[in-house]
Design a protein around this ligand. Structure first.
Ligand code: FFO
Ligand code: GTP
Ligand code: MG
Length: 461
């Protein structure tokens, strides 16, 4: 595959100890060589692969020294992109690293697009698409567990499973071909039918097994979208603060203090929560607050988990009752807050309204009950089991969508067999299953999709 030479700054933009300009492609070493002035006249075109060299970066036009650097030379194919790669380690600082990048660009490289290095690793066959996607998940991981899932996928756990399933399908397809080519052998046809049914059932089971991990996988990857809701002044922001353990949201005794939606990532016993503190839900005249309340309702609709806070020092109000109604059928934990005050809430009624949902009592003022709440959350999502290190999770929504389509296709195969559809017609659905699974690892995938996927990466990755 013929590709031009690309370059980009691969470290964050800002002041740091070191910043790296990465170059990949046929001309990477030659371009770097033009700019590099090594000790004793050492030339980068002469050095062995996978070595690092101290020297100056000099503008070949003006002979002006631009930087002092360490330069790594890595020759294809044992590199990140499988192309020649040079990394110039500059002094960390926006100006210095940018000047070096400019020099690299004026001497023959093109500025890389976001994700283009990883895209090349994919196009050159070092990793498949799901592994490339895992590289991005790794960068974005917000908890250790999410990181472990990404590492597993990057190492090819999911790819292996998918490839195995595709291989099985291919074998069945081969059988069918024989059957179509030699229809005169009755026993072949019979065997094909029996085998097809067995295999299709097996493939269906495997896809279903993978899809079962999707819920938790998605939580690990994106965080469990958790909405804290309740009437004004019940202690929603106090709850967020207790969970975040820093005073991010403003807490006051004026009802309606939180006028917008506040979002925080917290790690509760390994469960990543995307916590959303909302404005207290009530009918309001204040325009600013009303917008906040509307947003809260929207957050509520999109949430995976609801933390419904009730002030137990007051009797239940019609608004409280309405909130219970609004969250019916969702994952809910009810929090009876302000236990330190004289209790006025009808706990029997709360139990009735909660319809089996977990109820936790807290005094957020005294920081009591938060542990119990955290236990309840962990138990709800990972059944208290936080290890499962070897488990393969499907966490990417693109993969989940494709698996769902593949499941549909394999069900069509099974239905076809059941209703006596001619085998060459059934084969069409089988091939479709194969194609859909192939899209996960990038074997059968459109260029436009590739571009869209990789464009979501960081610059220089
Ligand atoms: N300086 C630097 N650090 C970095 C990266 C980088 O590109 N540069 N990486 C970038 O993300 C990550 C490391 N990822 C890498 C993955 C594969 C290969 C690689 O060369 N693979 C070869 C085999 C190497 C060998 O056998 O020695 C291959 O798989 O063919 C390199 C880096 C994290 N740290
Ligand atoms: N006594 C007592 N007061 C509490 C407790 N939890 C919170 N408060 C107080 O209740 C008031 C309201 O708390 P917030 O956390 O701001 O309540 P909120 O639900 O976010 O209120 P809005 O944003 O106005 O909807 C504050 O004065 C808190 O200190 C508790 O457990 N006991
Ligand atoms: Mg608040």
């Amino acid at each position: 595959m013929e590709m031009d030479t690309i370059a980009a700054i691969s470290t964050p933009m800002g002041e740091g100890a070191i910043s790296i300009v990465r170059i990949s492609g046929n001309e990477a070493i030659e371009i770097a060589n033009k700019l590099f002035k090594g000790v004793g006249g050492k030339k980068l075109i002469d050095v062995p692969s996978h070595t690092i060299h101290y020297g100056k970066i000099v503008d070949p036009k003006t002979s002006e020294t631009v930087e002092e650097a360490m330069v790594s030379v890595m020759k294809a194919p044992k590199t990140f992109t499988r192309e020649d790669v040079v990394e110039i380690n500059c002094h960390g600082g926006l100006v210095s690293v940018n000047r070096v990048l400019q020099l690299v660009l004026t001497n023959g490289a093109r500025l890389a697009e976001p994700g283009e290095f990883t895209k090349r690793a994919f196009l050159n066959g070092r990793i498949d698409l799901s592994q490339a996607e895992a590289v991005m998940d790794l960068i974005r991981a917000k908890t250790d567990k999410a990181m472990n899932v990404a590492i597993g996928q990057m190492e090819g756990k999911l790819s292996k499973l998918i490839k195995k399933l595709r291989q099985e399908i291919l074998e069945v397809v081969a059988h069918i071909e024989v059957n179509i080519d030699y229809p005169e052998y009755d026993d072949v046809e019979e065997m094909t039918h029996r085998m097809l049914k067995e295999k299709a059932q097996y493939i269906k089971n495997e896809i279903e097994k993978l899809l079962k991990t999707a819920h938790q996988g998605k939580i690990l990857r994106e965080g469990l979208s958790t909405a804290i809701i309740g009437r004004p002044n019940v202690g929603k922001s106090s709850l967020l603060n207790s969970l975040v353990q820093e005073n991010k949201a403003i807490v006051t005794d004026i009802p309606g203090t939180t006028r917008d939606v506040i979002e925080e990532y917290v790690n509760v016993r390994g469960v990543p929560l995307r916590l959303v503190d909302t404005a207290g839900i009530r009918e309001t005249e204040d325009v600013v607050e009303r917008i906040g309340v509307e947003r809260s309702r929207k957050v509520l609709k999109e949430a995976d988990l609801i933390l419904l806070v009730i002030n137990s020092a007051e009797p239940l109000s019609p608004e409280d009752e309405a909130l219970f109604e609004a969250v019916e059928g969702m994952d809910v934990i009810v929090i009876l807050n302000k236990q330190d005050l004289p209790q006025k809430v009808d706990t029997e009624r709360v139990r009735e309204l909660a319809k089996g949902a977990e109820i936790v009592t807290t005094s957020l003022l005294k920081e009591e009950g938060v542990d119990e709440l955290e236990n309840a959350i962990a138990a709800m999502y990972f059944e208290g089991q936080l290890e499962g290190g070897d488990m393969t999770y499907v966490s990417n929504s693109r993969h989940i969508a494709l698996l769902n389509q593949a499941l549909q296709a394999i069900e069509d195969v099974l239905n076809g067999i059941e209703s006596g559809t001619p085998i060459d017609i059934v084969q069409i659905d089988l091939t479709r299953t194969w194609d859909l699974l192939g899209e996960i690892v990038g074997d059968t995938v459109q260029e436009s999709l590739l571009n869209q996927l990789f464009s979501q990466f960081c610059l220089g990755k």
